[in-house]
Each structure stands twice: as C-alpha cells, then as structure tokens.
Design a protein around this ligand. Structure first.
Ligand SMILES: [Zn+2]
Length: 196
C-alpha cells in the first residue's frame, strides 16, 4: 500500500504525542511568526526530537516546535537547488513507502501507524536512541495529504550530509535574521537538521 491510500481514513485530531511537552497542549502558534495555527485550513508542521535510554520507559524531548507553511516555505527557499534535489533523491531512493496491511488494519490511529519505525532505516522506535517525529497538520487535525513520519538520528545525519556548505551558510543567515527566537533555538537551527 502506498501513502496515497491513507487518507481514506477519518480525520484525526493531532494526537498527544505531537502536543507541546512544555505546555501539555497542542501547539498554538508558529515558532517564527507567531501565527495562530489551530484554525481549520491553516497548514503547518510539528517537529519533535527525542532521546530515550534503553531499559527506561521515559524519554527526553530534545526539542520541539511548530512552523507555519509560509515560514517553512521561506526556509526552504534558502536551500540551494542542489541540496533540495539531493534530499528529494535521498527520500525517493531510501524511504520505505510500503506499509504492512495487517498493521494498517490493526491500527486505528494514523499517527501510530506511521511513527512505529524509521521511514528510512526501518528500525523500530523502541530500538532507537534518538529520533525525530514530524507531523504535517491542518488546524486541529493531521493533514490528510501527508502522513506523519519518524526519522532516526542515523538517517537525519545522512540527510544533513546532503546539504551543501552554501546552504548551511544561508540557513545560518536566516536564523540570525529571525527576531524574537530564543538563542537556544537559533543554535538548534544551526546544529540540527531541521526537516522542512
Ligand atoms: Zn510562521
């Protein structure tokens, strides 16, 4: 089954795992421009990174944020064509777009179904030390056109390698220009692969 079929499902409200750890509620505003996100028709993405320790049930949230579609587009515009092509090619070649029919029928939740293992490395979430989860959203719901995904640190590192030096400089300039962004988030944008 391809991703194309997943939207036959009912609309799904943004699940708790994509809520803000800090507030305990759904993200309400774009981290960059502060736009309100929960009106239907407002498109945005949520990204959260986790670190977990084997043998422990708990995990740390390394970072989390929501970015509206417009801000995401501005950031992507700073990526060179070469970097964008590289990333697209990487996903095209490596992403596991086939889902298990049994799992599909068993899972009532789309977000559970798509965040069980790394989309690239096929490793179960339980066996990962660090991973990121991304959800594409529309107001209070998950987007019906793009399923959420989980990416292991291993794959995120590989993707980061695909970004040219020039693009890194551009992204750095972009974050320097952002006003009101807390310093720790600026550092994050510079050091971490933000998958937009
Ligand atoms: Zn924004």
């Amino acid at each position: 089954m391809s991703f194309g079929n997943w939207f036959n499902r009912e609309k799904e409200e943004i699940p708790e795992k994509f809520h803000s750890y800090e507030s305990g509620k759904a993200f309400e505003n774009c981290m960059i421009c502060d736009k309100y996100l929960l009106d239907p028709g407002t498109r945005y993405m949520i990204e959260k990174a986790f670190k977990q320790y084997s043998g422990f049930q708990s995990k740390d949230v390394l970072f989390e944020f929501a970015i509206c579609e417009d801000c995401g587009t501005s950031m992507r515009a700073d990526l060179s064509k070469e970097s964008l092509d590289n990333i697209q090619q990487y996903f095209f070649t490596n992403a596991n777009r086939v889902i298990d029919m049994d799992e599909y029928e068993k899972n009532s939740s789309v977000s559970d179904l798509f965040t069980q293992k790394c989309i690239i490395k096929n490793i179960n979430k339980e066996d990962l030390t660090e991973f990121q989860m991304i959800a594409y959203c529309d107001g209070p719901n998950l987007s019906l056109s793009e399923p959420p995904l989980l990416i292991s640190e291993l794959a995120a590192d590989e993707i980061q390698e695909l970004i040219s030096e020039q693009t890194r400089d551009e992204l750095e300039r972009f974050t320097d220009d952002l006003t009101g962004l807390p310093p720790e988030l600026k550092e994050l944008f510079k050091d971490e692969m933000i998958l937009i």
